[in-house]
Design a protein around this ligand. Structure first.
Ligand code: ADP
Length: 482
């Protein structure tokens, strides 16, 4: 017999209590008796009984309330009910209350010991099963944890060794992870930055500007420049439930190639301009050297037209080169409405010829701009010139100048062919012509690239809103003088 099991008798004093105690002790169990609620609570916690036998009525309460409380705290504790008298339904009620058995007079010593023994065996079985189950579940959880730990270290190894810089941030832009390349890019050594705000760790203004733009959603292209000449492309990707990731790729060599290409285009354009000027000069001289027949005159004019076209293309290329190289530093106070007037005067003939209805809306008291008047005129000529060029005869153009929050807004609206949605950003790229550009409208695809460079160098913004078949609205926002 196992026998050092501890049995707690929760019974009011009665002759039968002695019998029970003796019978159980004789069977090898340790027995204790409690007479009140406090004693019960203390014994349950301190002695950890293997079984509790509760009297139907005990210290002003009943066995069911006691069983309820004990099972709530110790769900596997076997509890036996003792009733002074057998009654129908009592056994059922005891089982329903979670008790394991039921004793009532007349009681024989064997009955008591046998019932206790059976209940303990059943409780032991249940305990063993529970331990086995817990062990099994724990083992499977440990296995899963081991797998995810392996996955985690694999992922960490990939991120650490990746050539691009990678920084993972939480939703409040605190650093969760930064790989070795990112540390090298920003010269951060091996210090731990986990949990610190990225703005405390990385002070590069371009990274800060990227984080400010982060509310626009994912960013694919954001140039990050360093004082030592290195250039990186930063990508910002929001990650649901985590925060965001920034990846940084070295594009210094692409920038260098771009610079070499620009230098080449600039040199070639420059060298082409002088012989073209000579060609144009001599074609004009031919006309003066003697009478030409009709065919000769027409061919000569065609040559002149082509040379002028190439010359204007070369001038555009040279302009772009100068703007991109940052040579545009001239700044003076100008009134945009005055420059618009010159542009409109210049195009007056074309507007009349095409029967276009051109309206202007100019807000009174526009603030002055600090800008390069030549470049702003060039920007205005390109935008208004395009509107006239692409708007069919009899169409409408509206040019508006307004001011808002210390900014001047120029809007050039037309009823031309519009620009397909996927191409509206691309028309500002060099040499890009929209797929629906009318064939009879010639162009080099450089005008809007020049406009964008000019606007950028004046810290402004330019964009287009357009619907194919209805027309386009080009917007330019420039900061007014403080
Ligand atoms: P281009 O010399 O071809 O006019 P731009 O750089 O000025 O070059 O414009 C680029 C392209 O944008 C044009 O080829 C044309 O497809 C489109 N575009 C520009 N302005 C307009 C406009 N007002 N209406 C419709 N399409 C336009």
């Amino acid at each position: 017999m196992s026998n050092h099991d501890f049995i707690l008798l929760v019974l009011d004093p009665a002759p039968l209590l002695d019998l029970m105690e003796r019978a159980l002790r004789a069977a090898g169990y340790e027995v204790a008796i409690v007479h009140d609620k406090e004693g019960l609570d203390k014994a349950v916690v301190e002695s950890n009984p293997a079984l509790v036998l509760v009297g139907e009525h005990f210290a002003d309460t009943d066995a069911f309330a006691i069983a309820d409380d004990l099972l709530f705290r110790f769900p596997t504790l076997p509890i036996l009910l003792y009733a002074n008298q057998d009654r129908t339904g009592l056994a059922k009620a005891a089982l329903r209350a979670g008790m394991v058995g039921y004793l009532h007079p007349p009681l024989k010593v064997d009955d008591i010991v046998e019932t206790v023994k059976r209940s303990l065996a059943r409780a032991r079985q249940l305990g063993d099963w529970l331990r086995r189950e817990v062990k099994r579940t724990t083992a499977s959880l440990e296995e899963k944890a081991k797998i995810s730990e392996t996955e985690r270290s694999k992922l960490e190894a990939v991120i650490t060794n990746i050539q691009d810089g990678v920084i993972v941030l939480d939703s409040r832009q605190n650093i969760l992870l930064m790989n070795q390349s990112a540390r090298e890019i920003f010269g951060l050594g091996s210090q731990a930055f986990d949990g610190r705000p990225i703005s405390d760790v990385i002070t590069n203004p371009d990274v800060r500007a990227m984080l400010t733009r982060s509310n626009e959603g994912p960013l694919k292209y954001h140039e990050i420049n360093f004082d030592d000449g290195r250039v990186f492309n930063g990508k910002y990707t929001p990650i649901p439930k985590i925060g965001s990731a920034i990846s940084i790729q070295d594009i210094s060599y692409l920038k260098e190639l771009d610079r070499l290409k620009n230098d080449f285009v600039h040199t070639v354009s420059h060298d082409l301009r002088s012989p073209l000027t000579a060609v144009l000069g001599y074609t004009e001289l031919i006309e003066r050297t003697g009478p030409l027949n009709e065919n000769q005159t027409e061919f000569l004019h065609r040559i002149q037209g082509s040379v002028q076209h190439i010359t204007s293309l070369i001038n555009d290329l040279l302009d772009l080169g100068r703007l991109e190289a940052g040579f545009d530093t001239r700044r003076e106070a100008i009134q945009l409405e005055n420059i618009l007037k010159y542009t409109l005067d210049m195009f007056d003939g074309n507007v009349r010829k095409k029967g276009i209805n051109l309206a202007t809306e100019i807000a009174p008291n526009l603030p002055p701009l600090r800008a390069n008047p030549i470049r702003i005129r060039q920007m205005m000529d390109n935008l208004v010139g395009n509107a006239i060029k692409y708007t069919p005869a009899g169409g409408e153009i509206r040019v508006c100048l307004t001011t808002e929050e210390n900014q001047i807004i120029l809007q050039v609206e037309d009823t031309g062919p519009g620009i397909p949605p996927g191409e509206q950003n691309r028309v500002f790229e060099k040499f890009y012509r929209a797929s629906n550009a009318p064939e009879d409208v010639s162009g080099s695809g450089l005008g809007l690239a020049i406009v964008k460079s000019i606007v950028d160098s004046h810290q402004g913004r330019v964009w287009v809103v357009s619907t194919v078949g209805k027309g386009s609205s080009f917007f330019v926002v420039l900061p007014a003088t403080e």
